[in-house]
Design a protein around this ligand. Structure first.
Ligand SMILES: [Mn+2]
Length: 438
């Protein structure tokens, strides 16, 4: 029996919430996965893409990856991998560097045989290139075949790339598809066109606050059939505080609810719903951090009516940038485009495609309101500021400088020619709103 550890979406280098500790957490998760693989004596670690959070990881992130790969190599555990959308570079990949050092195998159309299983790889393919893409897998002569790939595949929810079409075109019959990209672990079995298991291992640290479930990885055994087991991974504690505010309730109730949890060292995600009073995020975040939270974020899901004045906390640089952008008086569509470009949940290589699709949809929808510049911020908020023109220019400068969002130290890339590829965003979540930043 051949057994592999299937992991992916490691996102090394992601300094989530601007906290160096979070960057460290992502590295530690990878270390733990490798330690488990060595302890279990699996036949290989299979990585389904997004080892790095972006295509320009820092040297320290590369060193961190090398250290883990070295550990696996010393223990005689092969590391077989494909390239994900977050880390994808134009031609040569980080994985090629590791392969040249003898520390990894980049899977592709030719089988890599371990025991009685042939492993193949299919890197993330940008949506614009999928139609003409040829799935030319070379034949093998062992009992089982597994395809490792990265993308949002149908028939899973949010899928935009049909795994069944790949299986139909493939000359190789796959027992299982070991997948990355969707950070939610999930498994399906299909009967047509071949009897095949499809499984996502999920991310190893929470790359967004929407990833509430415990993190882990898959252990995949090949015997008579395919046996997929899930194993949990110890990660940074996330405390989710969901508060439904009744009329008249506000910050005090939110604080009280946070007080019911042990938040020491945790990432605290406060989600507000209901009809209560306005809550200042900065105050709530400070309260949680004073109680020992590593970081706290308030996600206010309540729609603010037009009369409500938007309060801004400069405790959060992201919020400061958003405030500046509001002042620019951009059209709704321009703000959505801005969010797509800056938000770290859209992979670098997906930004150009995501913007093109988003604007294309807006053009088709032909709603002039989306293209209209917002009323001057000073007019609506204070009834006519006296230097709004020069403010707008100053703000633009500042928002560029201040844009050091979670992952975008490589943000120069996004404006470069590299970005014409890459289809859509990371987790099938096409929503790009100003309010969401978690
Ligand atoms: Mn990912």
């Amino acid at each position: 029996m051949t057994t592999v550890l299937h992991t992916g979406d490691t996102h090394l280098g992601y300094q989530q919430y601007h906290r160096p500790e979070r960057r460290e957490d992502f590295r530690v998760a990878f270390e733990r996965v490798a330690a488990d693989a060595v302890a279990d004596g699996v036949d290989a670690v299979v990585h389904a893409g997004d080892l790095f959070h972006d295509r320009t990881p820092a040297l320290s992130d590369i060193m961190g990856a090398l250290s883990v790969l070295r550990h696996l190599d010393d223990a005689g555990v092969p590391f077989l991998a494909v390239v994900g959308n977050h880390e994808s570079k134009r031609d040569t990949q980080w994985l090629d560097l590791f392969e040249s050092m003898g520390l990894a195998t980049r899977l592709g159309p030719e089988p890599v045989v371990l025991g009685d299983v042939a492993f193949y790889g299919l890197d993330f393919v940008p949506r614009s290139q999928r139609e003409s893409f040829e799935y030319a897998f070379e034949p093998h002569d062992v009992e089982h075949a597994a395809l490792v790939s990265h993308g949002l595949f149908e028939p899973f929810d949010h899928g935009d790339w049909d795994a069944r079409a790949i299986l139909r075109e493939s000359a190789v019959e796959f027992d299982v598809l070991l997948l990355g990209d969707d950070h939610t672990p999930q498994t399906k079995r299909i009967e047509e066109p071949t009897e095949t298991w499809l499984t996502y291992c999920g991310s190893t640290e929470r790359a967004s606050a929407s990833e509430r479930a415990d993190r882990g990885y898959n252990l995949v055994g090949f015997d008579d059939g395919v046996d997929i087991r899930r194993r949990g991974l110890e990660t940074r504690e996330f405390v989710f505080v969901d508060v439904e505010l009744a009329p008249g309730e506000g910050s005090d109730v939110v604080r009280q609810r946070i007080g019911e949890y042990d938040v020491d060292g945790a990432v605290v995600i406060v989600t507000l719903e209901g009809d209560g009073e306005q809550v200042m995020p900065a105050g709530v975040e400070e309260f949680a951090e004073e109680r020992g939270a590593l970081v706290a974020r308030v996600n206010d899901r309540r729609e603010l009516s037009e009369e409500d004045e938007l309060e801004v906390s400069f405790a959060d640089p992201d919020e400061a940038v958003r405030e500046r952008i509001r002042d620019l008086g951009l059209s709704p569509l321009a703000r959505e485009v801005d969010e797509t470009i800056r938000a770290s949940k859209v992979a670098d290589s997906n930004v150009a495609d995501a913007v093109e699709r988003h604007v294309g949809e807006a053009v088709e929808e032909a709603d002039p309101a989306r293209f209209e510049a917002a009323a001057d911020a000073d007019d609506t908020a204070e009834g006519g500021g006296d230097e709004s023109g020069s403010d707008a220019d100053g703000d633009r400068e500042q928002s560029d400088d201040g844009d050091d969002s979670d992952s975008k130290h490589g943000s120069d890339d996004k404006h470069g020619p590299d970005d014409e590829d890459g289809p859509d965003d990371e987790d099938g979540d096409d929503q790009v709103t100003m309010g969401e930043y978690l």
